[in-house]
Ligand binder design. Structure first.
Ligand code: ASN
Ligand code: ZN
Length: 321
C-alpha cells in the first residue's frame, strides 16, 4: 500500500484498486491506495488483424476459453511482480492498461510485443503448443513494454541482446514470484511449457546454462553462448539479439544464485535500477554491467557484498576481466 496525497479541488479523482480508510494516532484520516491492474484480453479468431474482439475485461469471471484465462492470469502475474518487487505500477509506471490478443493467426509459432500489446500465437501443434501457457513468456513480452518506457534499448547487436536478456530476466522473475521460488529452486528456463512432446528440448532458453535448451532435428541446436569468448557476430536476428542474450542472462542467474533467496529482491532490484537509471539506448554489455554496479552501490553501499557479487557475475561471463 502506498500513501498518496490527494489534490483536493481537482476532481474527478480516479483510482483503480483497493482503498483503505483508517484513522491514525493524531485523529487524522489516512487513505491508503493499493494499485491494481487493468487488463483486457482480445481474440483475433485466427486472423492477423489486431487487436481482435474483446473477450475478457478486468474483474470479469473466467471465460470458457482457457487460453484467454491463461493470458489474463499471466498479465496479472507480471503486474504483481512489477508492483511488489520494483514498486512499478504497470508498464509505464503510471498504471497503463495491459492488452493482450490470443489466437493470433493460424498455427502461429511465436508471441510478441507489438509496441502496444502482447500477441500470442497458438503454435502449430507440431513443434509449439500455445504461447499463453507460459508465464515466463508473458513476463518476457511485457518486459519489452517496460523497456520501451525506460531505457528503450535499440533492438540490434549488444543493446538488442540486452533488451532480450532483460526481458528474459523479468520473465523468469515473474514465474519465480508467482511460485514464491528462491533462486536455487528456480528452473531458469524461459518457455518451458511451449514445446510439444515431439521436440528434443526443455525450453526456448536456459538462462543458467545457455546453449543447452534444445537439440532437435527441426529446431537445430540452441545457439546461445554463456561467455564473451563465444560471442556470436551475425547479421540475422538483428545481430543475434536472441543469441548473445545468453551472456547477460547467465550473469543474472549466477548473481541471483550467489546472493541467494528470492531473485527479485536484490538481483532483480539491481537490474531494474540499472535499466531505469541513466542507461543509454545503445548500451553495450560493459555499459550495462557498469550500470548494475552503480545501481548496487547506490542501493546497498560501495563496499557491499551485493557490489562484489555483481562484479563477480560479470567476470564469470567475461564481460569484466
Ligand atoms: N518472441 C520474440 C521476442 O519477444 C518475438 C520477436 O523476436 N520479436 O523476442
Ligand atoms: Zn523478446
Amino acid at each position: 500500500a502506498a500513501r498518496k496525497t490527494l489534490a483536493v479541488g481537482r476532481p474527478p479523482f480516479r483510482h483503480r484498486g483497493q482503498i483503505d480508510l483508517s484513522v491514525d494516532d493524531t485523529g487524522s484520516l489516512v487513505i491508503e491506495l493499493t494499485d491494481a491492474p487493468n487488463r483486457t484480453i482480445f481474440d483475433a479468431q485466427n486472423a492477423r488483424s489486431l487487436p481482435g474482439l474483446i473477450v475478457r475485461e478486468e474483474g470479469e469471471e473466467p471465460t470458457a476459453d482457457e487460453t484467454v484465462n491463461a493470458a489474463y492470469d499471466g498479465l496479472g502475474a507480471t503486474y504483481d511482480l512489477l508492483l511488489a518487487a520494483f514498486e512499478r505500477n504497470s508498464l509505464d509506471g503510471a498504471g497503463a492498461a495491459l492488452h493482450a490478443t490470443v489466437h493470433y493467426g493460424e498455427d502461429y509459432d511465436n508471441a510478441f510485443w507489438d509496441g502496444e500489446r502482447m500477441v500470442f500465437g497458438d503454435g502449430d501443434g507440431e513443434v509449439f503448443s500455445g504461447f499463453a501457457n507460459s508465464v515466463s513468456v508473458i513476463g518476457h513480452e511485457l518486459a519489452h513494454g517496460v523497456i520501451q518506457h525506460t531505457a528503450n534499448l535499440v533492438y540490434r547487436n549488444q543493446s538488442g541482446a540486452l533488451n532480450e536478456s532483460i526481458s528474459d530476466v523479468f520473465g523468469a522473475l515473474t514465474e519465480q514470484y508467482l511460485a514464491e521460488q528462491t533462486a536455487d529452486a528456480a528452473s531458469w528456463l524461459i518457455g518451458s511449457e511451449i514445446f510439444t512432446d515431439a521436440v528434443q528440448g526443455v525450453a526456448l532458453r536456459n538462462m543458467l546454462e545457455p546453449g543447452t535448451a534444445y537439440h532437435d532435428d527441426v529446431l537445430g541446436t540452441d545457439p546461445q553462448p554463456g561467455h564473451m569468448r563465444d560471442f556470436v557476430t551475425m547479421t540475422e536476428d538483428n545481430g543475434g539479439v536472441h543469441v548473445n542474450s545468453g551472456i547477460p542472462n547467465r550473469a543474472f542467474a549466477l548473481l541471483a544464485l550467489d546472493l541467494g533467496g528470492f531473485a527479485w529482491e536484490r538481483a532483480g532490484v539491481i537490474w531494474y535500477h540499472a535499466l531505469t537509471g541513466t542507461l543509454s539506448a545503445t548500451a553495450t554489455f560493459t555499459e550495462f554491467a557498469d550500470a548494475t554496479v552503480s545501481a548496487a552501490q547506490a542501493e546497498y553501499g560501495n563496499a557491499s557484498e551485493e557490489v562484489r557479487a555483481v562484479e563477480r557475475a560479470w567476470r564469470a561471463v567475461g564481460v569484466y576481466d
